[in-house]
Design a protein around this ligand. Structure first.
Ligand SMILES: NC(=O)c1ccc[n+]([C@@H]2O[C@H](COP(=O)([O-])OP(=O)(O)OC[C@H]3O[C@@H](n4cnc5c(N)ncnc54)[C@H](OP(=O)(O)O)[C@@H]3O)[C@@H](O)[C@H]2O)c1
Length: 228
């Protein structure tokens, strides 16, 4: 049985990853902005290994309290999944700088803050996986020409995690950046081709199949390298 920590687990991809790991009997620590959300409460009722904790990845105090709750043992897998994409369909040149800052706080600083807070728990697992859910829109070379805020937040988190991959490899930690595909979630919208449950299955397969040789890779759900 592994301990799996997932941020942003009350809906979308995070909820479905929590469900998959919980149904396999792992200890799942689900970090949620609102731990009373019905779907995650129901999942915790169905899977005894799933516990739900309040977590706002933008706040030091919230992350510290969350890390205290997690630190009772090693963490085998951390999935930095929480993310936002504000005003998705507005023309790129009308981007709000307040939204841009908020996006960087959640999508870039959030994964860094949570990873640093859990560094010792990851190191003590021996062979832990530190996973960040990135995006194809985090690719600099394939920039879609829209959403400067969201794209830069994912490109920046890619950079942060590449740095961590170099520094934490000596602790046996394998760092992965995974693009989950376009998903039919609150973020992805109704036109997206992938159900979050299907994407979660594919993301989990990539995580479970990864080894130290994959440290620092930016991948799609087939395990192919994404262009940086
Ligand atoms: N959807 C897509 O097509 C797509 C494509 C590529 C990459 N991604 C990435 O995949 C990940 C999951 O996306 P999704 O589609 O499942 O999105 P989603 O359904 O909107 O879920 C995002 C989750 O993050 C949580 N969250 C937001 N701000 C947070 C904060 N400050 N602290 C803690 N949790 C916070 C949300 O909580 P609330 O529900 O309480 O707001 C929600 O549970 C994200 O990193 C996203 O960037 C998504």
């Amino acid at each position: 049985m592994s301990t799996v920590v997932i941020t942003g687990a009350e809906q979308g991809l995070g909820l479905e990853l929590a469900r998959l790991y919980g149904q396999e009997g792992h200890r799942v620590v689900a970090g949620c902005l609102d731990p009373a959300r019905p779907d995650i409460v129901r999942l915790a009722g169905e899977c005894p290994g799933v516990t739900v904790h309040r977590l706002d990845v933008t706040r030091d105090g919230s992350v510290a309290a969350f890390a205290d709750a997690v630190r009772s043992g090693p963490v085998d897998i951390l999935v930095n999944n929480a993310g936002i994409h504000l005003r998705k369909w507005s023309p790129p040149d009308t981007v709000s700088f307040d939204d841009w800052e908020a996006t960087l706080r959640v999508n870039t600083l959030g994964p860094a803050r949570v990873s640093f807070a859990l560094q010792r728990s990851l190191a003590s697992a021996g062979g832990a996986k530190l996973v960040t859910i990135s995006s194809d829109w985090g690719s600099v070379s394939n920039h879609p020409g829209t959403a400067y805020d969201y794209c830069s937040s994912k490109a920046a988190v890619n950079s942060v995690m590449r740095g961590i991959a170099r520094n934490w490899a000596a602790s046996g930690i394998t760092v992965l950046l995974i693009h989950p595909g376009w998903m039919r979630t609150a973020m992805g919208g109704a036109d997206a081709p992938n159900l979050p449950a299907d994407s979660a299955r594919r993301v989990k397969a990539v995580i479970d199949g990864a080894s130290a040789a994959d440290n620092g890779r930016y991948m799609d759900t087939e395990g192919n390298d994404m262009p940086w």
